[in-house]
Design a protein around this ligand. Structure first.
Ligand code: ASP
Length: 438
């Protein structure tokens, strides 16, 4: 039996306020979060202008950090409990395999399409052309070399290593480390085992996880009340530290990445939602908005996961058994926004170094970026780490990464929104094809 999930969070973000008191303006939560985001960006810009970056990082950043830690706190227990509950409730292992298969196929194919999209855009708009030698030197001097070194020394795990790594040697450690693929793997098997053993033995365990799952959802509901403060603090502190000068120098590149993200979101997701589900396009985007706002301010699909699950379940009508499998998998292996970013960035760097990448090399980029996305967690800056792997595969100088470091964070914020939207889109499509949802 699929557990019923309380609708309280949905009420908080969706339903109009009952009666507006005359003296106090009551805003819906997602409007407050949006407002907090805009105010945070403005405050951050003002702080950067006044030279208060340090004060912002001392006094404002911890508030954002506390909010981030609170939602991170819920990720592992929520994913584990909801997946066990969802799988135990399915009672049909074959169906589960079908859902998993569709999900992985969807994720890998959309990621490949997204890298291609980025490559096509960068080939036609040539963002790297026209950057002078002096500009290059300025950019290289501005990037923090310690962080760049960290990126450059990362090695790509092989495919078999990535697949083997999904089997936890110790499930408790997997939970403690928050290793999402391992947690998913163990939760799936535990859920399946519960459907195999006698009902009277499985019942109490399934009921425990069901109750635990509901408690986690109630916790998210509480934490989300703090979202406006957290989002304000996160955006103010990020923008406060980030100079606008670099942005101007890299404006063309940044515009191509953001244009790619926006075009892909508008065309691909709308098309997929329209063709494969009964959900209206506006309804889809309205339903996922709270998760997009959190994704923008945290730059992390994994940290946004509890909110994405809530939105998919309560606003988009995706049943728990599907949301609990597709979304945690998506937070780890599906990164459409990151894929677009990698396509554009790889070509941008090649163009800056006057390298001509042929068709074969661009196909290698598509393959490497798609495979690299599997084992990479949805955390801030994961995309730029993966970019090193992609560049290495086609022999583009890794030092080029230093050129784009200055605006990494702002692009990370934007691409995470697309990553999270892609995960929700998959959940909607899979539930529609299973005739279970929108
Ligand atoms: N921050 C992104 C995410 O969490 C990954 C990336 O760095 O591109 O989805």
């Amino acid at each position: 039996m699929v557990p019923k999930v309380p609708n309280r969070y949905a009420d908080a973000i969706q339903s109009p306020p009952k009666k507006k008191p005359l003296t106090r303006l009551r805003l819906q939560l997602h409007t407050k979060v949006l407002l907090a985001l805009v105010l945070g960006i403005a405050a951050g810009m003002a702080a950067a202008h006044l030279g208060w970056s340090e004060q912002v990082s001392i006094y404002v950043k911890p508030i954002g950090q506390a909010f981030l830690q609170l939602i991170n706190m819920v990720v592992v227990p929520l994913v584990f409990a909801s997946l066990v509950t969802g799988v135990a409730g399915t009672n049909d292992v074959r169906k589960l395999g079908r859902i998993g298969g569709k999900t992985i196929l969807y994720y890998l194919s959309t990621t490949a399409v997204a890298v291609t999209f980025g490559l096509v855009l960068a080939n036609s708009l040539q963002p790297g052309a026209g950057l002078t030698q002096a500009d290059q030197e300025r950019l290289l001097a501005a990037s923090p070399s310690a962080t760049v070194d960290e990126v450059l020394t990362r090695d790509a795990p092989g495919l078999s290593e990535t697949l083997l790594n999904t089997i936890p040697r110790n499930p408790i450690r997997a939970l403690a480390d928050g290793n999402m693929l391992q947690v998913i793997f163990f939760a799936l098997l535990l859920g399946i085992a519960l459907t195999v053993i006698p009902r009277e033995k499985a019942g109490p365990v399934a009921a425990f996880f069901d109750g635990f799952n509901e408690a986690m959802i109630a916790l998210i509901h509480l934490i989300m009340k703090l979202a406006p403060y957290g989002v304000f603090a996160l955006s103010a502190s990020i923008i406060g530290q980030f100079g606008v000068g670099i942005l101007v120098l890299l404006l063309k590149y940044a515009i191509v990445v953001i244009l790619g993200l926006a075009l892909y979101t508008i065309t691909a997701f709308s098309l997929i939602v329209r063709c494969f589900s009964n959900l209206g396009i506006r309804e889809f985007f309205r339903g996922i908005r709270p998760a997009q706002l959190i994704a923008f301010s945290t730059s992390s699909s994994s940290a946004t996961l509890p909110v994405t699950m809530e939105c998919a379940h309560n606003n988009l009508g995706v049943p728990n058994e599907i949301a609990s499998l597709t979304l945690p998998l998506g937070a780890t292996i599906n990164m459409d926004g990151t894929a677009i970013y990698q396509g554009v960035s790889a070509l941008f760097i090649a163009q800056v170094y006057n390298m001509d990448l042929g068709l074969a090399q661009q196909l290698t980029i598509i393959l490497t970026a798609t495979l690299a996305s599997i084992g990479t967690a949805g955390v801030p800056a994961a995309g730029i780490m993966m970019l090193a792997i992609v560049l290495r595969s086609v022999g583009v100088p890794l030092e080029g990464i230093a050129l784009i470091f200055g605006i990494e964070r702002i692009l990370d914020m934007c691409r995470t929104v697309v990553n999270v939207t892609g995960d929700a889109c998959c959940a909607v499509v899979v539930s529609a094809t299973e005739k279970k949802g929108p």
